[in-house]
Design a protein around this ligand. Structure first.
Ligand SMILES: [Zn+2]
Length: 489
């Protein structure tokens, strides 16, 4: 039987985290009322001219450097012509032959390297909604639109800056495609290029898929699956398309080069249109914008501002703080977490202890609140809590309660421990009467322990902890209990 090798190239669009759009001053903001973030420039009214947002270029260079691309000194903008109602100008300002970034790569888990052909800057289109999908309860219908002939246009997104990241056809399966996208997203979010929220459309992916007999050099005919907007769709659509192509070829058929769409409900791809070629777009240089000159000083400024990337930081956390790989991995899942950890260590917290708290209770709180930035806890405060445990002032169990209260009330651990009298009880004078009482009340457990049941002893320790509301020093309590039982019998 013939074996088939899938060959996949990915085109990823990410919306850049700028305050304003690419060529005008309108806000780059998701979720505003339709057509409220527009002006003559992004609506392409007569006489309007584009003015380039330099911040978008900064972010594109950042994306390029973070993915090991070269940034040529000169690039330019081009008009890409096409005629859809979501393009107010009837063309999109993009970059054709001279993109900002070229020739990069990303290593994905498992050690494979995916080459990046180019990253270019372009403007996003508006968003079309077809009333057929609105007639069942959409607000915009409101009795005004009752025919499927209409398309509703929201131009808030028209002119939002996009980076298009094009990979070489180096991806060899649906799982690798997802791994590449996850890696890319991690880097872009980390570097502050984009929030990459797939559910809000700020990261979208087109996949070029073909198959060829294993061992054959020449590429098979490819199809392009448009607008995949979740990791799940990427995984399922690519798997489906690979299987579909193999079936066609094994049945003696031919693959037609075309653009296909992924049907989320039926879980199949279907033909949208025959694939456009570059000449269909009639690219030509954008006459209203000067070529983009990126000199050494500009490049150096961005390079200096680049954060230490997640993979490098992970490796450093392991070596510098002697953390296990799992901890280093967890702490570098977001830049906020990694920064918090290092600030707590700088404030004096032992690294492993800080890692345990951050990956345990603090992560739980971050998940509940939608991010670490929403947990009102400073690295210095966490360090204060840890030092109370280290000094033996409070038990670990009490520390969890104190943390909850620190976050709820925004107070220092010290203050909470003082006010609520949570100090650990470890003096034998203070513990003795409590232990006497526990032994008096639990004669059965004492007898059972003397009869050889070690579990009965744990039950007595449990009683001591309950009587002191968790404040007894467990080690001291255990030692004293043994001595007192021995003395009594
Ligand atoms: Zn505008």
């Amino acid at each position: 039987m013939l074996m088939w090798e899938p060959v996949i190239g990915l085109e990823v669009h990410v919306e850049l985290l700028t305050k304003s759009k690419l060529f005008c001053g309108c806000a780059n903001r998701f979720g505003a009322p339709p057509n409220s973030q527009v002006c003559p420039v992004c609506l392409a009214l007569p006489g309007a001219l584009p003015a380039l947002n330099a911040r978008a270029v900064d972010l594109l260079i950042t994306a390029g450097l973070a993915t090991h691309c070269d940034i040529p000194p000169r690039s330019k903008f081009d008009r890409k012509n096409y005629f859809y109602p979501d393009m107010p100008k009837n063309f999109q300002i993009s970059q054709y032959d001279l993109p900002v970034a070229v020739g990069g790569w990303l290593d994905i888990p498992g050690g494979r390297r995916i080459r990046i052909t180019r990253i270019h800057l372009e403007e996003d289109t508006g968003k079309s909604t077809h009333p057929a999908s609105l007639t069942d309860g959409g607000e915009m219908v409101a009795g005004r639109i009752d025919s499927a002939e209409y398309t509703l246009e929201d131009y808030n997104r028209a002119g939002v800056p996009l980076a298009e990241i094009v990979s070489e056809p180096d991806v060899r399966g649906a799982d690798e495609a997802v791994a590449y996208l996850q890696q890319l997203r991690e880097i872009l979010v980390w570097a502050g290029v984009s929030d990459c929220k797939m559910e809000e459309g700020s990261l979208r992916c087109d996949a070029n898929v073909s198959v060829r007999p294993t061992g054959q050099e020449r590429l098979g005919t490819r199809t392009e699956i448009k607008n995949l907007n979740s990791f799940k769709s990427v995984q399922k659509a690519i798997s489906h398309e690979i299987q579909r192509q193999i079936k066609v070829l094994e049945g003696g058929g031919k693959i037609v080069q075309e653009t296909r769409a992924w049907d989320e409900q039926r879980e199949v791809t279907h033909s949208l249109r025959s694939k456009e070629e570059a000449h269909d777009y009639r690219y030509f240089p954008e006459p209203d914008l000067r070529p983009l000159e990126i000199d050494a000083a500009w490049l150096e400024r961005i390079r200096k501002g680049l954060p230490e990337m997640p993979a490098a930081r992970r490796a450093r956390f392991e070596s510098q703080y002697s953390l296990p790989a799992g901890d280093a991995d967890g702490l570098t899942r977001t830049r906020e977490m990694a920064d918090f950890f290092e600030a707590a260590v700088t404030a004096g917290a032992p690294a492993k202890e800080a890692a345990n708290w951050l990956l345990g209770d603090v992560s739980r709180m971050a998940n509940e609140r939608g991010g670490l930035e929403h947990v009102p806890l400073s690295p210095a405060r966490l360090c204060g809590l840890i030092s109370l445990i280290e000094k033996g002032t409070i038990t670990r169990k009490i520390a969890k309660e104190v943390l909850d209260e620190m976050v709820a009330g925004g107070k220092d651990a010290d203050a909470i421990v003082e006010v609520r009298g949570l100090r650990q009880i470890d003096s034998s004078d203070a513990l003795r009467p409590i232990l006497e009482q526990v032994l008096d009340k639990n004669a059965d457990a004492v007898a059972s322990f003397l009869g050889g049941r070690e579990k009965a002893f744990d039950a007595l320790v449990g009683q001591v902890m309950a009587a002191t509301r968790g404040k007894a020093n467990p080690a001291v309590a255990r030692e004293m209990l043994r001595e007192m039982i021995a003395a009594r019998n």
